[in-house]
Design a protein around this ligand. Structure first.
Ligand SMILES: C[S@@+](CC[C@H](N)C(=O)[O-])C[C@H]1O[C@@H](n2cnc3c(N)ncnc32)[C@H](O)[C@@H]1O
Length: 432
């Protein structure tokens, strides 16, 4: 496939995310099929790079192109961002970056803008703009203003650390399915296949970190369900919920089922595990994951905030509420999130989380455990949410999951990069 086609597809992917609000996964799905694995990896690297450095790239773009492009030509602005990224941040040769980016105009049916793209990239080189990085900390952070502001309020002293971690490339974690294979045997199989990995990961007993990129479907035991891809922080949910034999468990927001599967792998003798999700398509993925891992659960499609429509009246011993959230803890893995989320989403998400918490709490048996989890790093969705819940419910008691936890500072906020994990939050509540 030509370099021009690749760059045109990169521009289209960026256009879908930044102008149409599509997720990058969805957007890539539309363009990736026509490229080889190697080209797909290159495309991802470039598009992720643009999304991680967008404010600086846009600043340069405004210096080079005074008038924003309109309607059908808008995609050429995204092509230019991709061109600037190649010149400023990648090892792509200057010649290829300019020639192939100009060539991409044809693929985007914007032949008339070839001259503009050529002039813009050449001016960027001539003016040595790559050396002129802004001092503005928000632009340098690669984050939108609203998110930078919220993180500044949340993490005054740790801000730099958090922002740096958000922009790093995360490793791929695996979770061993000990119902199918022991961790030792799996590690041996990986070594036999020459896979580079770390098998000793503190606090995450069944976790493995891959040290190189691999197609996971080609790793030993994929078809037999020996492992799943799951970040280390997400692997803490199962142990913290600690379901026991005979327990009735509700996973209230279950799809795509990573944590449901882990709960079942840890304790195969539950009386029942209900995996609930509001989204039927995502629930289908839970079914597929359960099948591959040779596990079984009761799948229910329904709104956790309205149990009347799906609950049979039998209470639960354990509830996992992995609530819908801003996903600010996993931005390093999904750089599109920073541009898809809006400031106004946070209040709405907070309200949804509260509704679901209120709705599922009565479903818990006295003495039962509810584990609240989010992949957010914003106190609004985490600590403050649980503080308010504890104030409203005399029958809720905090069961600490970290040594720093107090009733005033409930839960465990894991920051991105901590022990190579994603940003995550856990709070465990016991019903008195
Ligand atoms: C953070 S994801 C859950 C990830 C999952 N626990 C895992 O480990 O694979 C949140 C899920 O909540 C679901 N969801 C959102 N609102 C919901 C609601 N009101 N009731 C049930 N599920 C909901 C979404 O469809 C999404 O699948």
């Amino acid at each position: 496939m030509s370099g021009a086609r690749l760059r045109a597809d990169g521009a289209l992917a960026l256009f879908h995310v930044l102008e149409q609000g599509q997720s990058l996964r969805h957007s890539f799905a539309q363009v990736q099929a026509r490229h080889s694995e190697r080209d797909r990896a290159w495309l991802q690297e470039m598009v992720y790079g643009v999304l991680r450095n967008l404010p600086q790239l846009q600043l340069w773009l405004r210096q080079l192109v005074q008038k924003p492009l309109k309607s059908k030509q808008k995609v050429v602005e995204h092509l230019l961002l991709l061109g600037l990224y190649q010149l400023a941040y990648s090892r792509v040769s200057t010649h290829a970056a300019v020639a192939e980016t100009v060539g991409a105009c044809e693929k985007l049916k914007c032949n008339g803008l070839k001259g503009l793209v050529n002039a813009c990239l050449r001016n960027f080189l001539r003016q040595e703009l790559a050396k002129q990085l802004t001092e503005d900390p928000q632009i340098r952070s690669g984050l939108p203003k609203w998110l930078y502001q919220r993180l500044s309020e949340n993490y005054s002293t740790d801000l730099h650390k958090v922002v740096t971690a958000i922009n790093e490339r995360p490793p791929v974690w695996l979770r061993v399915n000990t119902q199918q294979v022991s961790k030792e045997a799996f590690c041996e199989a990986l070594s036999d296949h020459g896979i580079l990995f770390d098998g000793e990961v503190a606090q995450v007993p069944y976790g493995i970190i891959l040290r190189k990129g691999y197609d996971l479907t080609t790793l030993p035991g994929y078809q037999q369900g020996w492992f799943s891809a799951q970040d280390g922080a997400a692997q803490l949910a199962g142990p913290l919920l600690n379901a026991q034999a005979g327990d009735r468990v509700l996973d209230a927001c279950a799809a795509p089922g990573g944590k449901t599967c882990h709960i079942l792998e840890r304790q195969p003798k539950l009386s029942e595990c209900i995996a609930l999700d509001v989204d039927p398509q995502r629930l289908q993925v839970v079914a597929e994951n359960l099948t591959r891992l040779q596990l079984s659960a009761t799948l229910k499609q329904g709104d956790a905030a309205h149990p009347d429509s799906w609950w049979d009246g039998n209470p639960f011993d354990r509830i996992l509420l992995d609530a819908p959230c801003s996903a600010t803890g996993v931005i390093r893995r999904h750089p599109d999130i920073r541009w898809l989320r809006k400031d106004s989403d946070i209040g709405k998400l907070q309200a949804t989380q509260e509704h679901i918490l209120e709705a599922v709490w009565p479903l818990l048996k006295p003495g039962g455990t509810l584990l609240y989890a989010t992949c957010s790093i914003l106190a609004e969705e985490n600590r403050q949410q649980i503080q308010r819940f504890l104030r409203r419910h005399d029958d809720a008691q905090l069961s600490p999951v970290s040594s720093e936890e107090t009733p005033e500072n409930p839960g465990w906020q894991i920051l991105p990069g901590h022990m190579e994990m994603d940003g995550f939050y856990y709070a465990r509540l016991i019903k008195c």
